[in-house]
Ligand binder design. Structure first.
Ligand code: PEP
Length: 254
């Protein structure tokens, strides 16, 4: 598939996989995906498995991502993980503002913007998640919600930092539900986000930023979604937990 921007597909393992299970899956993916050059691939295991998975993928084309981090660099923040700690394990990406954290941990756009800044300062690339709830879509508020999330969560980033940021558009009603947005629905919001980026930054930056789609992406719908002009990859939950489905999803996307 001929794409304007290189695809980036990341697996978000969420709170799944023990350390041993993580090593097995990572080793399998290294074997299965070793010849893939057309896609930037990342896996985001739980914190407890980052160190071992980092070793498993060290000489491969798979990069390591974390699922969250603190906005603070060190200190009295019990239970938190700092960007520098992730960096030490050769982590490249960090998912920020996932809808589950926005909902259950009450993460605000302001907090996500602070985390994004901290991530960049440590040399990590944030994957910033945005997306509307079902009732917001049904009441015609998708653009309003996505706009305030994009503007709020990227507040204060420099143009250079924006270029090193990935946005994941994840309609909340499509996450883990088996309900995928149609490729037209995804394209429409992705194009809207790119237009916003050109207003906040400039057209050149907007055209360079990669925008992933997330929400029940599977091996059999990946190609159709990835073929959309402004869809530059996927953030994958459920289908990233299984060696065969994640490998097939990536191979089908090319
Ligand atoms: C996600 O959690 O980011 C996600 C997209 O999950 P799923 O693929 O399971 O819908």
């Amino acid at each position: 598939m001929d794409k304007e921007r290189k695809l980036i597909i990341a697996g978000n393992w969420k709170m799944n996989k023990t350390v041993n299970e993580s090593i097995d899956l990572a080793n399998g993916l290294v074997r299965e995906l070793k010849d893939i050059k057309e896609v930037d691939i990342a896996i985001c295991p739980p914190f407890t498995a980052l160190s071992e998975v980092s070793k498993s993928i060290i000489d491969s084309n798979i990069r390591l991502g974390a699922q969250n981090m603190s906005q603070n660099n060190y200190g009295a923040h019990t239970g938190e993980i700092a960007a520098g700690m992730l960096k030490e394990l050769s982590t490249r990406y960090v998912i920020l503002g996932h809808s589950e954290r926005r909902e259950y941990q009450r993460e605000s756009n302001e907090l996500i913007a602070a985390k994004s800044k901290t991530a960049h300062e440590a040399g990590l690339k944030p994957i910033v998640c945005v997306g509307e709830q079902l009732d917001e879509r049904e009441t015609g508020k998708t653009e309003e919600i996505v706009s305030s999330q994009v503007r709020g969560s990227l507040e204060g980033l420099t143009e250079e930092q924006m270029l090193g940021t990935v946005i994941a558009y994840e309609p909340v009603w499509a996450i883990g539900t088996g309900k995928t947005a149609t490729s037209e629905q995804a394209q429409e919001v992705h194009a809207f986000i790119r237009k916003l980026l050109s207003e906040i930054f400039n057209t050149e930056t907007a055209n360079a930023v990669r925008i992933q789609y997330g929400g029940s992406v599977k091996p059999d719908n990946a190609r159709e979604l990835m073929s959309q002009k402004d869809v530059d990859g996927a953030l994958v939950g459920g289908a990233s937990l299984d060696l065969r489905s994640f490998s097939e999803l990536i191979k089908n996307s090319i």
